[in-house]
Ligand binder design. Structure first.
Ligand code: ZN
Ligand code: ZN
Length: 233
């Protein structure tokens, strides 16, 4: 059954810009123009620390040998928000066409506090492509929109060098084991030496690590990852 927020989000898809600017994406309470959440939901956003585990973006340093990103192809990773509460509603809302304005909001949150180890000396931003079928269904690729805003904020180009096969299931709603079995993205063309991979959600990290492997095979020597949200479980 749809809740009030979902109904408003669907209405906003039909009449872009009419309802959404004044309503919180999480609870549908009144929100200030250009703000995706109301005051109470903004206060409840699950911000993550700047300096958690630098390799896997979890909010606390991992014990030796226990880091899911340890020894992997990503040099550093970070996200400003946990994939919980109002932030979770935001990323789900962002997959709707009327929510294009969420991308600059996420990008600003990502760049405002990102560690230099993640965004420093980046030559290009590489978006993780959405599943082509899902992108067609939604009419929007939220990660690509966020990546474009991040690239603009950093003053570097977008390098859309990752590809994804069509027709494979998306990650949302699948369990951890299923996500890990999904085909990885591949890279094409020359890749700049230092690249920042951008996606909306960092879940297990399998997709980001696969992207980093593909980018290194095409010439990248340093690959970092910046996402809007990090799943903590
Ligand atoms: Zn709210
Ligand atoms: Zn870690």
């Amino acid at each position: 059954m749809l809740d009030v927020g979902s109904l408003l989000a669907r209405a906003a898809d039909l009449v872009p810009g009419l309802l959404a600017p004044d309503r919180c994406w999480h609870c549908a309470a009144p929100a200030r123009p250009a703000e995706p959440v109301c005051g109470p939901c903004r206060a409840a956003l699950p911000w993550l620390p700047r300096h958690g585990c630098p390799r896997c973006a979890l909010p606390a340093p991992c014990a030796p040998g226990r880091c899911p990103g340890g020894g992997g192809p990503l040099d550093a990773a970070w996200a400003p928000l946990a994939y919980e509460g109002p932030a979770r509603s935001l990323v789900l809302a962002g997959k709707r066409p009327a929510a294009r304005r969420l991308a600059p909001w996420f990008a600003a949150a990502m760049l405002a506090r990102a560690p230099r180890a993640v965004i420093g000396d980046v030559r290009a931003v590489v978006p993780v492509p959405a599943d082509p079928r899902r992108r067609r269904d939604r009419g929007v690729d939220h990660a690509a929109l966020i990546a474009a805003s991040v690239a603009a904020g950093l003053g570097v180009p977008v390098a859309p060098v990752l590809r994804r096969r069509s027709g494979r299931p998306a990650q949302h709603g699948r369990n951890r084991a299923s996500r890990l079995r999904l085909p990885p993205p591949s890279a094409c063309g020359p890749v700049p030496a230092t690249v920042l991979v951008v996606d909306d959600v960092h879940t297990t990290g399998a997709t980001l690590r696969a992207a980093a492997v593909a980018l290194r095979e095409r010439g990248a020597t340093r690959v970092t990852a910046l996402t809007a949200l990090r799943a903590l479980a």
